[in-house]
Ligand binder design. Sequence first.
Ligand code: OAD
Length: 234
Amino acid sequence: MQTINPDEYQYIVLFTGAGMSAESGVPTYRGRGGIWSEYRWEECACQEAFDRDPQKVLEFHELRRQAVLECQPHDGHFAIAELGKRHPKVVIVTQNIDGMHQRAGSENVVELHGSLWRLRCPMHGIIEDIGEKYKSYKCEHCGNWLRPDIVWFRDMLDEYNMNQAIFALRKCDLFISIGTSGVVYPAAGFPKIAKEFGAKCIEINPEQTEMSFMYDITIQSAAGKALPRLFHLT
Ligand code: OAD
């Protein structure tokens, strides 16, 4: 199997999607058996649903938190965290909201779609909240309902996060995409940006994707197996 010497690169971006977490057992959203085949996102994952029935939306997100806490990071998450310790410039850009990278010990994580572990008060800003249940559904200062800090359907991506991601894509000389189908924009355009700015591009996915043709190397394997081998960490 292909291996990479990270020291040959100045700036490494790892771009992760649902497949990375699925290997840990985190339920996926789309596709057969996904969360959106059991729940309607119109009722639990958009601003309108939250405005209508915040309690129902928060309860739905508590179920997601519970499911994630039952799962553990896998060897692929640990390989990325290890790479971050050994190499001076590693940025993880993730579409996942489950915080698995941080649980494995990664630090430099751009969470494009937000996080299950943060809430937002319209008056008092971000509140970190880790645990199965939220500590409170309402802000202790003003009593407003707290909204999960997640990019829901019909939401815009957070501009600061998006700028951070684009900056890293333009700077990197090695771009590795892992466990993403490459169909959800704008994230699906990321390999194109990295390539245009001169990065070597690698895809890790057991399946071919619509974007596979963009990559210099495609590794058709599960992340937990491929990542430690790619970086010689086994
Ligand atoms: P997708 O569910 O579209 O794609 C997941 C990809 O992971 C597929 O291409 C799988 O082949 C691949 N995969 C599965 N197991 C893998 C493994 N062990 N190692 C590597 N790859 C594996 O997920 P995303 O591309 O992340 O948003 O989709 C982006 C967004 O769409 C998600 O954040 C989610 C979803 O709807 C919301 O729900 C708002």
